[in-house]
Write a protein that binds this ligand. Structure first.
Ligand SMILES: [Zn+2]
Length: 148
């Protein structure tokens, strides 16, 4: 239910696991074992989780970001960005290595490429990245831009 929120947490540098098709008790047990806060839209599960859980009020992603980032005083750590798909660490990869895999337009745009150590997806700061920055700014999320 909160797949989009998980992606935004990963993009902003937070280690976010996403549970699907798992039983409530298993999700909660796993969250506790891994020292995670359980974010859920399920009132009953949030109740069960007690101090380890947070009920996410809204179905709207912008509101979810506002709630969770506000509650935990999260900010956007550009250096810490993780893979939006699988939560893997991103590692810097030489341009030569990715050039066969990236559209020529993107190759011309930047020299900085990252690869997910989990699923292998390649990331770079193109138009999509600009949209991400704009959205976070619009939502009032503090940004640590020391990377640039
Ligand atoms: Zn990945």
């Amino acid at each position: 239910m909160l797949g989009s929120l998980a992606k935004w947490l990963r993009i902003t540098g937070y280690d976010a696991s996403y549970a699907r098709d798992e039983k409530d008790d298993d999700i909660l047990m796993k969250a506790r074992a891994e020292g995670r806060v359980l974010l859920t839209r399920d009132k009953l599960l949030a109740q069960k989780a007690g101090d380890d859980g947070v009920f996410v009020d809204s179905e709207v992603i912008d509101e979810q970001i506002r709630q969770v980032f506000g509650l935990f005083h999260l900010h956007f750590d550009e250096k810490g960005t993780r893979c939006a798909l699988c939560n893997g660490d991103l590692v810097v990869v030489p341009k030569e290595e990715v050039s066969p895999l990236v559209p020529p337009r993107s190759l011309a745009m930047t020299d900085d490429f990252l690869r997910c150590s989990g699923c292998g997806k390649i990331y770079w700061k193109g138009t999509h990245w600009k949209n991400i920055l704009e959205k976070l700014k619009r939502l009032g999320i503090d940004q640590d831009r020391s990377f640039e």
